[in-house]
Design a protein around this ligand. Structure first.
Ligand SMILES: [Zn+2]
Ligand SMILES: [Zn+2]
Length: 339
């Protein structure tokens, strides 16, 4: 089988023997797997948050089950989650499930950009493989994991009944945030990006588009929020400049949801006293649990959100180089790899 893995310099497309599931494991035939910013950062050696495995936004069908697996059958359509938490350690009990030491311990082998991959027993027995309706488009289904991360991030917001939001960065994540915030009834969502195509899509999803390279976005947002600024800014761009902009967009007492991961080693360029004087809170959100996976799947299956419009490009495993090029050029919105 073909597989894209991390090589000594960037990626390598390798021919591997199709793995066989051991006891408790499940073999998945990949049908679609989203390319995530963290995959690109791992290939460039800039992301240190988890093990060097690429491809985690996968959808596929069960190709084989190991001894003792009774919860799944061959041929079932599924969305497997690459990380699950243990549910019983200090972090899990104290409300930090994605900080569970077991959470990043396990992953797909060799990774989601492979014709087949193994889901480990730890994930299988904690029901980390979610069944999906057989007719669901795998390209849509593979967006479950990133959507789940967004749902968890929104739950971490602690402002009472927020009315206004600014989404900084309108890539696939920022645009999904826009859709979900509007679905949840947000009255005012400002979408900020310098890319005109992305601004246009954000407007279609109900955001007020703002290009910070052509206007003073902070002043404009204040003008349109009674002089205050937004209740919540969401950082959905990996640029280290996005966070200081998000802080300036937030109102006094507002919150900044730090979602996109900037390159390893980035530092915050902002007057720290301003955070205290204006009591602005920065809330990071990292990954999602299987509760949000189920909730995200529910939104997708029931067509509450339509993410297919975000998938602008799909590439086969052997065309991976093209996928990376498109990603780095910023031409597309969401890029998906298919077998
Ligand atoms: Zn991802
Ligand atoms: Zn745990």
């Amino acid at each position: 089988m073909k597989s894209v893995v991390i090589g000594s310099e960037g990626f390598e497309i390798v021919e591997l023997e199709t793995p066989q599931p051991g006891p408790g494991e499940v073999l998945i035939k990949m049908l679609a797997c989203g390319l995530c910013g963290t995959d690109v950062e791992k290939l460039e050696g800039r992301y240190k948050g988890s093990k060097p495995v690429i491809g985690h936004e996968a959808a596929g069908i069960v190709a084989a089950v190991g001894e003792g697996v009774t919860s799944l059958k061959i041929g079932e359509a599924v969305v497997p989650h690459h990380h699950v938490n243990c549910g019983s350690c200090y972090y899990c009990i104290k409300g930090s499930p994605t900080m569970c030491p077991s959470y990043r311990e396990y992953n797909f082998t060799p990774g989601g950009f492979s014709e087949y991959f193994i889901v480990p027993k730890f994930i299988v027995e904690r029901r980390g493989i979610h069944k999906i309706p057989p007719g669901l488009d795998p390209i849509h289904a593979c967006l479950t994991e990133p959507t789940a991360c967004i749902l968890r991030a929104i739950k971490r917001i602690a402002v009472e009944e927020p009315e206004s939001y600014a989404v900084v960065g309108l890539g696939a994540m920022g645009l999904t945030f826009t859709q979900i915030l509007r679905l949840n009834g947000a009255e005012q969502v400002f979408g900020l990006d310098i890319n005109p195509l992305r601004l246009e899509v954000a407007e279609k999803y109900g955001a007020t588009p703002l290009n910070p390279s052509t206007i003073d976005a902070v002043e404009k947002v204040r003008d349109m929020t009674g002089g205050r600024g937004v209740d919540v800014s969401i950082i959905a761009a990996g640029s280290p400049l996005a966070l200081p902009l998000g802080i300036r967009l937030a109102r006094r007492g507002g919150q900044v949801l730090l979602f996109a991961v900037p390159p390893h080693g980035s530092t915050l360029q902002h007057d720290i006293s301003d955070l205290i004087v204006r009591e602005v809170t920065i809330i990071p959100s990292n990954a999602a649990t299987d509760r949000e996976m189920a909730e995200a799947l529910n939104l997708i299956v029931n067509s509450r959100i339509d993410l297919r419009g975000l998938v602008t490009h799909s590439y086969r495993i052997e065309e991976f180089e093209g996928a990376l090029r498109t990603f780095k050029n910023g031409e597309g919105i969401k890029i998906v790899i298919t077998p």
